[in-house]
Design a protein. Structure first.
Length: 466
């Protein structure tokens, strides 16, 4: 029944009203079926089952024309709708919601193995959240400080979890390491290395690198050492004054086996996005538990003895970088920056997984923690106990260190301020859950057993790094 008459026309009696109502209900029940199109009360979104052909064709009214929604020629043998019909249905939904559309949505980028939305790749393997195996990949957390000058040797200097390393022999360079506020769109910080003492020609096995280490718990899901070893993808943003080739080396555990990949910086002083795919190692499993399992090295300079071509997992145990490795320490105007580092399961780089600052800080405090100021309980002449209560469990039994030679103390109730000289730390009562530190030394102020003093903020650091 293709056409209907108004149900509520004025001046109709009950018999006519009943007939009109039944006619309208029948039209709705049959999608206004009929060999000719409906003519009464036609508006965008109205459906009509055209019975002029066999089988009938479902059509929708759209801007003065009747368009095909579904017919049997657009249904696969299994009964599934083709992409073109999915597009039509999406248009129907838009019309039903009163949305004006000029371009129909497309499902062409959805396949069984990948998902691309607005040009961004989304997970094809692994978890949908907590995908990034790197902690502090956006360089947000920098508990040790935001800038350190005169760096020439290995150590943790600024951004948490990121270590600067020399090879078997350093290049003789020096640099400023800082948590920089220069970053690509979507990020606030980067790790920046600025050369202050140059070494234009690294010799022999002279190497300089930024290193990131993962513990066994975090990479057990990769199934290394089995036939199911998973592919991972490393992605990051990088910027340098020095263009050319750069090596990225991967170590299973701390020494071997290893794999070597490369990327290229094309434009000086420009943020560039890089991705590296690494196949899983089916031979050697990662060490398990809280020990060092996977190490990633971003090479900044390399001597000629350690230059080679890219390679997959092999027994190579030395530091190696790729042919043509750039030298970030060639001149005192050279810089290198990196941020947005993500390591994830799968062969496709997905958008960077941002975590809140609080989440990132808590993850970092498993490896490094600066206690707030707190009570120092005097237990004997020149000795005080300070309790360490970490917000998260340490990776392993930590070591404590004092921030300066004469730490600040203040007595209670705040009537005397001074320092402790000749400081000594006994951390024998510390474990993964914290514990007590014994601070011995010469207290400038008079004190006695039972006194409570306060140790100043940022005086201690607790280290459980890999």
């Amino acid at each position: 029944m293709a056409t209907t008459t108004r149900v509520l026309d004025a001046n109709v009696n009950g018999t006519v009203y009943t007939s009109n109502a039944n006619s309208a209900l029948e039209a709705l029940d049959t999608c206004h079926s009929g060999a000719t199109a409906p003519t009464d009360e036609v508006a965008n979104g109205k459906l009509w089952l055209d019975t002029s052909t066999t089988p009938g064709i479902l059509k929708i009214y759209n801007n003065a024309t009747w368009e095909v929604v579904v017919n049997t020629t657009n249904v696969t043998a299994s009964g599934a709708l083709m992409d073109s019909e999915l597009t039509d249905i999406a248009s129907v939904k838009a019309l039903d919601q009163g949305v004006a559309t000029t371009d129909s949505p497309t499902f062409a980028d959805v396949t069984a193995s990948s998902l691309v939305v607005n040009g961004n790749n989304y997970p094809s393997a692994g978890a949908l959240s907590n995908r990034n195996l790197i902690i502090n990949g956006a360089m947000q957390v920098s508990q040790r400080g935001t800038s350190v000058a005169g760096v020439s040797g290995s150590g943790y200097y600024v951004c948490d979890r990121w270590q600067y390393r020399n090879g078997s022999a350093g290049t003789g360079q020096e640099a400023i390491h800082e948590q920089s506020t220069d970053a690509p769109s979507g990020f606030q910080n980067s790790y920046k290395v600025s050369c202050t003492v140059a070494d234009a020609t690294p010799l022999a096995s002279e190497n300089e690198m930024l290193s990131y280490k993962l513990e066994g718990y975090d990479v057990s899901q990769l199934d290394y050492g089995t036939s199911s070893a998973k592919t991972v993808t490393l992605s990051f943003w990088v910027k340098s004054t020095v263009t050319g080739a750069y090596g990225v080396q991967f170590f299973s555990s701390s020494t071997s086996p290893s794999a070597l990949k490369s990327y290229n910086i094309s434009s000086a002083s420009t943020w560039e996005y890089k991705t590296i795919r690494l196949d899983g190692d089916t031979i050697t499993p990662f060490p398990s538990g809280s020990v060092q399992a996977l190490t990633i090295l971003f090479h900044l300079a390399c001597g000629p003895d350690d230059i080679t071509s890219e390679y997959e997992w092999t027994s190579e145990s030395g530091f190696r970088s790729v042919t043509g490795q750039a030298n970030v320490f060639a001149t005192t105007s050279d810089t290198f920056q990196i941020t947005g580092v993500q390591l994830e399961v799968g062969d496709t780089a997905t958008p960077f997984e941002h975590r809140s600052y609080g989440q990132e800080l808590a993850l970092c405090q498993r490896y490094y923690y600066i206690p707030p100021q707190g009570p120092l309980h005097i237990v004997a002449s020149g000795k005080g106990i300070f309790n360490i209560s970490p917000p998260v469990q340490f990776r392993a039994t930590p070591t404590a260190s004092i921030g300066r030679t004469n730490p600040y103390v203040e007595n209670v109730p705040w009537t005397s301020v001074g320092t402790v000289s000749g400081i000594g730390l006994d951390s024998g009562h510390l474990n993964e859950n914290g514990g007590d530190l014994l601070l011995s030394g010469t207290y400038v102020q008079a004190h006695s057993y039972g006194d409570i003093w306060v140790l100043g903020p940022n005086e201690l650091s607790i280290d459980a790094e890999l």
